[in-house]
Design a protein around this ligand. Structure first.
Ligand code: SF4
Length: 699
């Protein structure tokens, strides 16, 4: 794509895909991004993966929304019925004034708790902040959430509970100072590819990499230990490892005494989890569990990285509690090369969560139930009353639509008609809404159900900051102007706010960022001007010239008495187990070339050419048993529904498992997934469902 010399301007910004937050230089000619190069950002040092390098041309795709749209009065019933070429049969073009009035009036007419909002981890920090403020100030409640609920909500719940902060304690680049690292429930080579390059380099220098994953993966080649454990058996495996550390007195008593609480309870709890007993549950040899325990406890500096294989379970919070306990008992927090690092998914899921786009916290994780916190925000916001009750989460909001309690929604940049578990339930909820406002860059599956569609901007068209998995706040800059009448998201939210009667007068994202700084201690010493000049500052930053702290909690934790907590975790079975009707295990995830619900990457020529077709992965022995050749069709059926999809042969998948990417609307993975949620993080169990796999005939 593009000729590397054929451009006439270049703009530095940030990759719009994953939470690694690679800095990019966008090369532009004739208001078109021609190609992209990596530049020297703190998280990527010039590197890019295939998405960052080649996945930009969706910006100029013919499906881009260029005009506000309003549903026609004679449109067919709401459903997945909008062919991109025939959208005119469902929607009509409108002026901005007409569309904004229709969008705002519809929400205002419903009003109060009848309205809820889904914001986006793909928007900037300023846009996330404005979105949560729009719902809280404009409608007087906290029913506002975003896709963090579907990725790391359980990790954040465990981190908040036990170390007092939801963000990473050390950047992933700190692995260069470690001698042992655990990667569990994450597949960085596909999902955080540039971070994976640092992990590989670490092993080349002699670092020991312990990979724990029910599915094999590319990091296996670099691992000193590969633990391909039974899906859902994380707690039994991790407790067994910690049992050995206790039994062999490999823990760091000095650290435990100085910085933690509840150690004796944890120790007692772990007595029941001998490797010999747990081995039968997790499927890992007891001697391997002992070796891993000795290796991690013997590290001079050790890090733990985890992904959604840990978090997307009904016991996701317990999984994370185990990882936190493992780090605490070995004193592996707060030093160079030591730390806890949940690898965040979307480019700004860290920032959107920090900015308060979650129903239980105002910005900087300040509880909505705390009167002092509410008063402080009300003083800054001037208007409206902040509700002291926590709001509803993503899945709870859609349940409330079904229950008849919510009738209107404002959805910015999210695609619940593809991303939510048991997606037909989500689609039915969207169809039931009296008034749905969708703000996006394409007619997504969710926009199919909209009453008003507001055309927004791609990342290369907007100004604003984003925060990556490393807590690095980075400046995004516009390289091209939006197509047609499309506008930046912050502008659209401000215009809607004016129309629902909230007196906002922001004229630039920098004013929003300045307001955020008044209530968010995490942004202390980080100003818009600094970010313009330096491109990135890591929080916390201790002074106006401190580039930020890559490691936190060297001297204690933001918890009572400065102590982190051990919270013992019990083994809880997945919500549904394989049985005679559904004998195999379904797990879902992403592929290197495609991003989430596919709305961007499936419109990117290179990425779609490399991975054009919906597919699932099965072990060769399973394919033989089914009498299916690689490339043949299988039907996958769970208690929620059924899809037919091309089968790929993959030795990395266990014989009783099927791996299913969720980017493909024609075989939507979430038709099958289980909506059961973790009780603390309210995250659905995307990583485990009982499934029947059969040979299917070609249509
Ligand atoms: Fe973009 Fe993530 Fe790839 Fe970096 S690793 S180029 S942030 S998708």
């Amino acid at each position: 794509i593009g000729d590397s010399k054929d451009y006439d301007s270049e703009v530095n910004s940030v990759c719009p895909f994953c939470g690694v937050g690679c800095q990019v230089s966008l090369k532009v000619k004739d208001n078109k991004v021609k190609f992209v190069e990596g530049i020297n950002g703190p998280a990527n040092e010039g590197r890019l993966c295939v998405k960052g390098r080649f996945g930009f041309d969706y910006i100029h795709h013919e499906h881009r929304l260029t005009k506000p749209l309003i549903r026609r009065e004679d449109a067919p019933p709401k459903g997945l019925n909008v062919d991109p070429g025939k959208w005119g049969e469902v929607f009509r073009e409108a002026t901005w004034d007409e569309a904004l009035d229709a969008a705002a009036n519809g929400l205002k007419d419903i009003g109060g708790k009848g309205v809820a909002g889904f914001g986006s981890a793909k928007c900037t920090n300023e846009e996330a902040y404005l979105f949560q403020k729009f719902i809280r100030q404009g409608f007087g409640h906290n029913n506002v959430d975003h896709c963090t609920r579907l990725c790391h909500a359980s990790s954040v719940a465990a981190l908040m509970e036990n170390v007092g902060s939801g963000a990473v304690t050390a950047t992933f680049n700190e692995i260069e100072n470690a001698d042992v690292a655990i990667v569990i429930g994450a597949n960085p080579v596909e999902n955080h590819p540039v971070a994976a390059t640092y992990f590989k380099q670490f092993t080349k220098r002699g670092g020991k990499l312990i990979v724990m994953d029910p599915r094999g993966q590319a990091l296996k080649r670099f691992a000193s230990h590969m633990l391909q454990f039974r899906p859902g058996a994380d707690v039994s495996m991790l407790n067994a490892i910690m049992h050995v550390i206790v039994e062999e007195k490999l823990y760091d008593q000095q650290y435990i005494d100085a910085y933690t609480e509840n150690w004796e309870a944890e120790k007692r709890h772990l007595a029941d989890f001998s490797p010999e007993r747990m081995s039968k549950i997790c499927g890992i040899d007891a001697e391997m569990l002992r070796d891993v325990a000795r290796t991690f406890a013997g590290a001079k500096a050790g890090m733990i990285f985890w992904g959604m294989g840990v978090s997307q379970h009904i016991h996701g919070t317990d999984n994370s509690r185990c990882l936190i306990s493992l780090a605490l008992m070995t004193g592996q927090v707060g030093r160079p090369g030591a730390g806890l690092h949940p690898l965040r998914g979307q480019n700004n899921v860290q920032g959107a969560s920090d900015a308060g786009l979650i129903p239980m916290f105002l910005p900087d994780y300040q509880p909505v139930g705390d009167e002092g916190v509410r008063n402080a925000f009300q003083e800054i916001w001037q208007e409206g009353t902040i509700d002291p009750n926590r709001g509803l989460t993503v899945t709870e909001i859609l349940d409330a639509v079904h229950a008849g309690d919510i009738h209107g929604m404002y959805i910015l940049g999210e695609n619940p008609a593809m991303s939510d578990p048991d997606v037909e339930h989500a689609r039915d909820a969207l169809a039931k809404l009296k008034h749905l406002v969708v703000q996006d860059i394409f007619i997504t599956e969710t926009a199919n159900y909209a009453d008003v569609i507001l055309p927004a901007s791609a990342f290369a068209e907007k100004t604003g900051t984003v925060t990556n998995t490393n807590r690095q706040v980075q400046m995004g800059r516009p390289a091209v102007t939006p197509p047609g009448d499309a506008k930046e998201d912050w502008w659209i939210t401000v215009e809607l706010a004016k129309r629902i009667g909230v007196g906002w007068d922001y004229t630039h994202p920098s004013e929003v960022f300045a307001e955020m700084g008044k209530s968010m201690k995490s942004l202390a010493n980080i100003t818009w001007d600094r970010l313009e000049a330096e491109n990135a500052v890591t929080y916390p930053s201790l002074s106006a010239d401190d580039p930020g702290q890559p490691i936190v909690f060297a001297d204690g934790f933001p918890r009572p008495d400065g102590r982190a907590r051990f919270t013992p975790a019990n083994v809880i079975a997945p919500d549904e187990s394989p049985d005679a009707d559904y004998p195999m295990i379904l797990t879902t995830g992403r592929q290197l070339e495609h991003w989430h619900t596919g709305s961007m990457t499936r419109r990117s020529k290179v990425l779609d050419a490399v991975e054009p077709e919906a597919n699932c992965s099965l072990h060769p022995s399973t394919l033989r048993k089914l009498d299916v050749v690689p490339g043949g069709l299988v039907r996958l059926t769970t208690r929620r529904g059924s899809i037919t999809i091309m089968a790929r042969e993959d030795r990395a998948v266990a014989p009783d498992m099927v791996f299913l990417p969720f980017a493909f609307v024609e075989a939507a993975a979430n038709i099958l997934t289980n909506p059961a949620v973790d009780p603390y993080g309210k995250i659905p169990e995307f990583k485990f469902a009982a499934v029947k796999v059969e040979k299917a005939d070609a249509a």
